[in-house]
Write a protein that binds this ligand. Structure first.
Ligand code: AMP
Ligand code: MG
Ligand code: MG
Length: 331
């Protein structure tokens, strides 16, 4: 889970040249360089997710059971993200979902590019003095693995969340199969990114029509508690889809007004990037008690008290969480 230092001599040399270029006076700050790198790395990750699917051999392994899977894409993408970021930012703490043996990472998996758009963005001065060793990067190499194996391809995302002082401050979400049913000239895949104090980009912000309560929730990890909690919110509609990243995309694109998951199961790598992006556009994501998540490197990975999120009207949903649900979900 904790991504270890890797043996990548050839690419390290390239990266010291890049670092030297950034010592000029108007050099982008560390956070800008990291988000820009994460954007490029996430795009490569999306391509890897598609390549593994096209290969026809998903290499599926059951982790804790049939609803908790790992594929070759989960493994390759985690190696790619962790190794690529570690090359340029060796002092970061990077925590990935998959428990993988430490081994050399193929050079083909290394991406050292950086998004020009993000490098040129104006970052608030509050981020100027952040040091590499103070940042924690939470990586879900493939969110929605179950759906990936079932061909529900647009549910799948790659999540890279960045935390500082325990708070999710920036996130990158790649959706490898965005547009896959559109056909024609539609470009396949997209990358959404956001930073607190700047905003979120790579999509068009939209809200559900005023007064409508559309709840998005799990399709493969449901339970009585999950359904009781949703019923107490009196929704007009319930949308059941896979992936935490996918559900936050639904919130910011006006497909749903709240994400309700009254169950343990979601982990810090599921929520860090989505939370940062949602918060960057004025939304809110917490556990079912309304407590904010802590993303320090030593925290428990499991979000034991569930996930509650909304772009607007968070308080409507938070105020309707039944006491019985709160009592059942201990943080
Ligand atoms: P879902 O909404 O069911 O797609 O879940 C969102 C994220 O939380 C995915 O990464 C799931 O793998 C993870 N998750 C939720 N519940 C569980 C569970 N019971 N076991 C394993 N992973 C879970
Ligand atoms: Mg996940
Ligand atoms: Mg995953």
């Amino acid at each position: 889970m904790l991504c270890r230092p890797l043996h990548l001599l050839a690419v390290s040399a390239v990266c010291s040249l890049r670092r030297a270029a950034f010592t000029m006076s108007s050099a982008p700050i560390l956070l800008a360089r990291l988000v820009a790198a994460a954007h490029s790395v996430a795009e490569k990750a999306g391509a890897t997710v598609r390549d593994v699917m096209s290969s026809g051999d998903l290499g599926i392994i059951e982790k804790t059971g049939a609803n908790d899977l790992q594929t070759a894409a989960d493994r390759l993408v985690q190696q790619s993200i962790c190794a690529s970021l570690a090359v340029t930012f060796p002092r970061l703490t990077i925590i990935g979902e998959e428990d993988l043996p430490s081994e050399d990472v193929s050079e083909e998996l290394i991406e050292t590019g950086a998004s020009e758009e993000i490098l040129k963005a104006t970052f608030p001065s509050q981020y100027n003095n952040i040091k590499e060793e103070e940042l924690v990067v939470w990586v879900d190499p493939l969110d929605g693995t179950k759906e990936y194996t079932e061909g529900l391809l647009d549910h799948v995302t790659v999540l890279i969340g960045i935390a500082y002082e325990g708070k999710a401050i920036a996130g990158v979400i790649n959706q490898p199969y965005y547009n896959y049913q559109a056909g024609g000239d539609a470009v396949l895949g997209r990358t959404i990114w956001g930073v607190l104090g700047i905003g979120a980009f790579g999509f068009k912000l939209k809200e559900v029509p005023e007064g409508q309560h559309i709840i998005t929730t799990t399709r493969s990890h449901s339970s009585k508690l999950v359904n009781d909690c949703i019923a107490a919110m009196n929704p007009d509609k319930v949308v059941r889809v896979g992936g935490a990243g996918n559900k936050i995309i639904q919130l910011i694109e006006g497909q749903a007004s709240a994400y309700v998951f009254a169950s343990p199961g979601c982990k810090k790598w599921d929520t860090c990037a989505p939370e940062a992006i949602l918060h960057a556009v004025g939304g809110k994501l917490t556990d079912m008690h309304g407590n904010t998540f802590d993303y320090h490197k030593d925290v428990k990975h499991m979000n034991s008290a569930g996930v509650l999120a909304a772009l607007r009207n968070f308080n409507y949903y938070a105020s309707r969480v039944p006491e019985s649900v709160k009592q059942a979900l201990v943080p």
